[in-house]
Design a protein around this ligand. Structure first.
Ligand code: ARG
Length: 248
């Protein structure tokens, strides 16, 4: 009888330990972890302590549709895909453009909006169009399509890579770079917040923003695509975007 009790106790404690470690290592199925880089208004940015923006609201609506709770992890833009690949995050939502190279490492949902790269220069800059960038110093946010694009397109330019888009804009204001190449909507926000800079009318590269999902998580990707499709159809996405971006 004594032995029996001892065994029961041992088995019980092993069970408890096992379930504890399962809690620690296994991710909660009900939490949708979103990796982002909250330096990209109006898609994701800090409003005091809170991360807000178009992507946040889309992800919140998405999580609700999936019956999950959204949890946001803020990180460097260049770390988002690794977070998704390694399962540290379930989704990457960061105004992220679908590219061939990124598709080698992750899957993307259907696109939820489009964007393009623009050039920001100082008000009286001699730079009038994309060709003028060829031998200039260009500021970009590191690892973004702006970075990739100018690196490929302008072998003779000097590229300054910043961890935040806003730092590239500050460098422009300080005369450290001649131009900044960045997505159109963040460009509009940064230009509206600073005097003496403007966006050139000529834009390049139409891009599609989509949600990054691990290649090992086809089930989640399918559910996300179904939800996104509904949200695109019923106007949910449009009304979220319209809340942050005024036409014109
Ligand atoms: N659309 C660009 C890209 O995919 C820039 C995205 C930057 N996003 C951010 N949250 N900082 O590379």
């Amino acid at each position: 009888m004594r032995n029996f009790k001892k065994y029961v106790l041992i088995i019980l404690s092993v069970c408890m330990l096992l379930s504890l470690s399962a809690c620690k290592s296994g991710k909660d199925d009900n939490i949708l972890v979103m990796a982002t880089n909250a330096e990209f208004p109006p898609y994701e940015y800090f409003e005091s302590e809170a991360i807000v923006g178009i992507d946040v609201e889309i992800a919140e609506a998405l999580a609700e549709k999936l019956g999950m709770e959204l949890k946001i992890e803020n990180m460097e833009f260049g770390s988002i895909l690794t977070a998704v690949q390694t399962g540290k995050a379930d989704i990457g939502v960061a105004g992220m453009t679908i590219t061939e190279d990124r598709l080698l490492n992750v899957n993307f949902s259907i696109p939820y909006t489009i964007a393009y790269q623009v050039i920001i220069v100082t008000e009286n800059s001699a730079i009038k169009n994309a060709d003028d960038l060829a031998d200039k110093t260009i500021g970009v946010q590191e690892s973004t399509t702006g970075d990739i694009y100018v690196t490929d397109e302008y072998p003779d330019a000097k590229i300054e890579r910043y961890s935040k888009g806003v730092e590239a804009v500050q460098a422009l204001l300080q005369g450290k770079v001649d131009a900044v190449v960045i997505d159109n909507e963040p460009a509009k926000v940064f230009v509206s917040q600073n005097k003496g800079i403007k966006i050139l009318p000529e834009a390049f590269t139409i891009e599609e923003y989509a949600i990054a999902v691990s290649k090992k998580n086809d089930k989640l990707l399918k559910r996300i695509n179904e939800a996104l499709e509904e949200m695109l159809e019923d106007g949910t996405i449009k009304s979220i975007i319209d809340k942050y971006i005024t036409a014109g």
